[in-house]
Design a protein around this ligand. Structure first.
Ligand code: GCO
Ligand code: MG
Length: 428
């Protein structure tokens, strides 16, 4: 069997740019899919796949996954980084998909079989104040969720992850997904029409770090210990304030505090570990093993939260998960809307097969996305369930995918800048 074609397909059924690699083989009807989504720079990944990896791969044996990964990775000499890793990850997952189909087994079987029946999920609760967040958590608990991430708006500020005081990027994305769904931005109950001038929000860390402990105090007082609570700092505060926040949150027993520091501030994790028992999840922004290996071997984090396609795909994630197991670090693969259903399936197969699974972030795809990707893993009773089909178990309806072209955002998918009150640009 030989690889006969390699393509990158872009689609945006939710208004969020997704990139998927499709590999075709000399066996009629046998092909594989892999997620290669870098939503802020999708066309760079398409170029890497089609201009560079395609000619490298055509004619090769699709069964030789490890050799292809290693040789493709070295073929650029300069390696790692989000563009090349995503491109390689798309190829790698598509090869695993093909291997599963050849074996007629779902991937979790090739990874050693199920350690659990399904992957428990954490849902996202957001609101303009603590009462609204509490209501959202209660709604999820009533649906069977036992883990909920809680984010609150900070009055007057453009805050990551909260509905009312949303970030500009989120408002863009909401407007785009409404356009894709054929509804008018601004029509009730959705957000107002996207006005890019009005989206120039301001971010200040101190009101946020003061407010978040009050949010969790409220939630614990009202909800007791019946639910696991999580929070994403999104690397938005100076390291010393992140440390203060992690300590202030100790009484509320978080399941984890996510991305309290930026990858650039990795050196600060040692201090954080000595100062607080709040469990730490890190690092959806990691791309290179020299960023995460030291944090794991020094036991400075509790959950590894990489975006699998950004570290090079399933092959790398399997090695990383095994390495983490030796150090008591659990997996919490990144699972937002800018991981395609093919990528969520990859997360799920690892979740099912890795003993040191911690938790899975959920994204519930809209109907259009589920139609573009038949076989999208099912969300049920607070968990993600495999469809048990061979390989990754997800297909791509290319005709339908073409009806959801990449959104024409003013930033080409990139995030608009977040600035402090004095105009200083901030991490998003
Ligand atoms: C998360 C993430 C995402 C990212 C997004 C970037 O924890 O789910 O922080 O919301 O911001 O994936 O494209
Ligand atoms: Mg995050």
């Amino acid at each position: 069997m030989r690889i006969t074609d390699v393509r990158a397909v872009c689609t945006a059924p939710e208004g969020i740019a997704l990139v998927v690699v499709k590999i075709e083989t000399s066996t009629p009807g046998l092909s594989g899919l892999g997620c290669a989504t870098f939503t802020q720079r999708p066309l760079t990944v398409v170029t890497a796949v089609e201009e560079y990896l395609r000619p490298f791969l055509i004619g090769k044996d699709p069964a030789a996954i490890e050799d292809i990964w290693q040789s493709a990775n070295l073929s650029s000499y300069w390696r790692s980084g989000p563009v090349l890793n995503n491109a390689l990850a798309g190829v790698d997952a598509a090869l695993w998909d093909i291997k599963g189909k050849c074996a007629n087994l779902p991937l979790y079987q090739l990874f050693g079989g199920k350690c659990r029946e399904y992957a428990p999920l954490y849902a996202h609760a957001a609101g303009e104040d603590a009462i609204a967040v509490e209501e959202a958590v209660r709604d999820y608990m009533a649906q069977g969720y036992r883990y909920v991430r809680c984010q609150t708006a900070v009055p007057g500020l453009a805050t990551y992850g909260a509905r009312k005081s949303v970030t500009r990027w989120q408002r863009n994305a909401q407007g785009e997904s409404q356009r894709a769904a054929g509804t008018q931005p601004g029509s009730p109950p959705g957000p107002q029409a996207v006005d890019h001038k009005a989206l120039e929000g301001v971010w200040e860390p101190t009101p946020y770090t003061r407010l978040v402990p009050r949010l969790f105090e409220h939630l614990r007082n009202r909800l007791g210990d019946s639910v696991e609570l999580l929070h994403d700092v999104h690397e938005r505060v100076p390291p010393i304030q992140a440390l203060g926040l992690a300590k202030a949150l100790e009484p509320y027993n978080l399941f984890f505090l996510e991305d309290p520091l930026a990858p650039e501030d990795n050196g600060y994790f040692r201090t954080m570990r000595q100062q607080t028992t709040t469990p730490i999840a890190m690092g959806e922004l990691f791309v290179n093993q020299s960023e995460y290996v030291p944090l794991i071997e020094e036991r400075l984090i509790d959950f590894i939260r990489v975006h699998i396609s950004d570290i090079g795909g399933i092959s790398m994630a399997r090695k990383l998960a095994a390495f983490c197991e030796f150090y008591g670090v659990r997996t919490a693969w990144h699972g937002p809307g800018d991981v395609s259903p093919v990528g969520h399936a990859a997360n799920l197969h690892l979740d099912l097969a890795c003993h040191n699974f911690g938790i899975q972030e959920q994204h519930v795809f809209n109907q259009a996305a589920q139609d573009v990707f038949p076989g999208t893993p099912e969300v049920r009773d607070g968990g993600l369930w495999s469809n048990d089909r061979p390989g990754l178990g997800v297909d791509l309806d290319e005709g339908l995918a073409a009806r959801f072209p990449l959104p024409e955002t003013p930033y080409g998918g990139a995030w608009p800048p977040i600035r402090r009150a004095d105009g200083t640009v901030m991490r998003p």
